[in-house]
Design a protein around this ligand. Structure first.
Ligand code: ZN
Length: 286
């Protein structure tokens, strides 16, 4: 039988590290913070783009895909106004519907990749600039690039706005077992087991692309990092990836608590307490 303390530690760690099958409110809170945080960092586009996460259904049976309601500004997303969709794209939690491209792309990817719990898609500026090039490869020219070594897939078959589930399935197929999909003439998608990791990947992907685009603008040759260096650094980074992700994500989370505390608005206070102290959460998971 678990002691109370053990249970609390497990609760907090589970809240921060994984979207377990028992923390519906934690998933809602973390995803709402991700919308607010990425908006704060300037990585979203208008009221478009979407972030989704799988979470336990509030009824206790099965799971839903959490995503924001069509038309909301990302600064309006709260833990309680996120929608829960079943696998047929029907809204079973909340009121309203998502952007059709959110359900078509994200549901397909979640279904194809049960190993991940989070899908984030944006048109963030520098990665989108890279995606607009004939050769949109992320080059290993900066320390921030190395973390993405061998983790990026490229979709060069842009065929218009993804309104159909079939297009989502096609994108999921191109993504394969990678963590990043650079979508030619469009934007980017990342997938991850946790919200903090997907959030942090989008941030550093943007920074890596920014350096590359700025380096291109000089019209001077790029200096690639030697392969032996990449091969030694990349695995070391991956060992620490979740901790790095938590560090950035919860720093932004705390900033949001100070400046936009309404993102925490939730209809369910039962589990919220375990996510209410990101500082102590960070201490536990690092
Ligand atoms: Zn898009």
């Amino acid at each position: 039988m678990l002691t109370r303390l053990t249970r609390q530690v497990q609760d907090v760690a589970a809240c921060g590290r994984r979207l377990t099958r028992t923390f519906t409110s934690a998933a809602r809170l973390e995803l709402a913070a991700a919308y607010r945080g990425l908006e704060l960092l300037g990585l979203n586009e208008g009221v478009s783009n979407h972030l989704s996460a799988m979470a336990p259904r509030q009824s206790g049976e099965g799971e839903v895909m959490l995503v924001f309601r069509e038309g909301l500004h990302w600064k309006e997303v709260t833990a309680s106004n996120l929608l829960g969709l079943d696998m047929s794209a029907k809204t079973v939690e909340g009121e309203g519907s998502p952007d059709v491209t959110a359900s078509s792309i994200h549901l397909a990817v979640h279904q194809k990749r049960p190993d991940i719990r989070v899908v984030m898609h944006t048109h963030q500026p520098y990665v989108s600039a890279l995606a607009a090039l004939e050769d949109c490869e992320l080059r290993m020219v900066h320390q921030n690039s190395i973390r993405f070594w061998n983790r990026v897939a490229y979709d060069v078959e842009y065929g218009g706005v993804a309104f159909s589930f079939e297009e989502g399935e096609r994108l999921a197929k191109v993504l394969g077992d990678k963590d990043v999909l650079i979508m030619g003439n469009h934007g980017v998608m990342v997938v991850a087991p946790t919200i903090s990791m997907a959030f942090e990947m989008l941030y550093f992907l943007e920074r890596a692309a920014m350096v590359q685009v700025m380096a291109f603008s000089t019209q001077r040759p790029l200096k690639e990092i030697p392969e032996e260096v990449i091969k030694s650094v990349a695995p070391e980074y991956m060992k620490r990836a979740q901790n790095y992700a938590d560090t950035l994500y919860y720093a932004v989370f705390r900033e949001l608590q100070r400046t936009q505390p309404d993102f925490e608005k939730t209809t369910d206070n039962l589990n919220r307490r375990s996510c209410s102290s990101p500082q102590s959460l960070g201490n536990l998971v690092r």
